[in-house]
Design a protein around this ligand. Structure first.
Ligand SMILES: C[S@@+](CC[C@H](N)C(=O)[O-])C[C@H]1O[C@@H](n2cnc3c(N)ncnc32)[C@H](O)[C@@H]1O
Length: 246
């Protein structure tokens, strides 16, 4: 696991890595971390920020980029949206399809660098895929241009991503302000930037499958510190949302 983290720049941007996680792990750990107790808490945190920033999804068309096994796609479909999930990991898409009970969400194997849709979506979301797929600002620009092309004018974009420079960065080594600038250059008017997933607790709790009586209090304490002192930038992830202007 730690070797994987050291080699993350090569690994995370290949479908093979995400296919192998799907074979080795189970539940949300396939697309998140080995500690499924923490994954459940993070899942709830993500849904509450999605509800806050995308209050009106019923009847809307939604694209979930890097959808993994479809956690967020299923949630949004349950709220009445028509959701397409895309991911370049064949195994993740196979699992997502297996977890479906009907045609919505629908899933395709597709890279975010080659999105086929044009002017189709009212909402585009992602958790943890864009800052993992893009190696630099140029690649982020290519991905954002494809996302904007796939979206309709006036569409909402909500990206929940590990946006960092230095120690905490995954693949993309870019600050939040620069990330927002790339979104603006692609045609997104950025409206919200919020922290999520207190990073010290994430580093301490995510890699080992700890019981919930250890995971939950550590997680909750971290969340309250992160929210009380936002200026410290204690979020491992950033929710960055905006509106497409075409
Ligand atoms: C951390 S997982 C998140 C999965 C999912 N969004 C979730 O919330 O459970 C990152 C996902 O991004 C996908 N991914 C990485 N690079 C991609 C690319 N270039 N195109 C499409 N998907 C990609 C991986 O296959 C993986 O499923």
């Amino acid at each position: 696991m730690f070797r994987n983290r050291r080699n993350r720049k090569q690994l995370y941007s290949t479908p093979d890595y995400w296919n192998s996680k799907a074979v080795e792990l189970e539940g949300d750990a396939v697309s998140m971390w080995p500690n499924n107790n923490l994954n459940r808490l993070y899942h709830r945190e993500q849904l509450s920020i999605i509800d806050a920033l995308l209050p009106d999804v019923e009847g809307r068309t939604v694209l979930d980029i890097g959808c993994g096994t479809g956690r967020i796609a299923r949630y949004l479909a349950g709220r009445g949206a028509r959701v397409d999930g895309v991911d370049f990991s064949e195994r993740a898409i196979e699992i997502a399809r297996g977890l479906s009970t009907g045609p919505n969400p629908s899933y395709e194997v597709e890279s975010m660098f080659n999105l086929s849709a044009v002017d189709r979506y009212d909402i585009v979301v992602s958790w943890g895929s864009v800052a993992i797929a893009c190696k630099n600002a140029d690649e982020l620009g290519i991905a954002m241009t494809g996302i904007v092309r796939a979206a309709r004018s006036g569409a909402r974009i909500l990206l929940l991503e590990p946006i960092h420079t230095g120690f905490l960065h995954r693949v993309l080594d870019l600050g939040i302000a620069e990330f927002a600038d790339v979104m603006r250059a692609a045609g997104v008017s950025v409206t919200d930037i919020r922290p999520l997933h207190f990073w010290p607790a994430r580093l301490a709790l995510s890699y080992i499958s700890l019981p919930n009586f250890v995971t939950a209090p550590g997680y909750r304490l971290g969340q309250s510190v992160m929210r009380t002192v936002p200026s410290l930038r204690l979020g491992d992830y950033t929710a960055i949302a905006g509106t497409v202007e075409k």
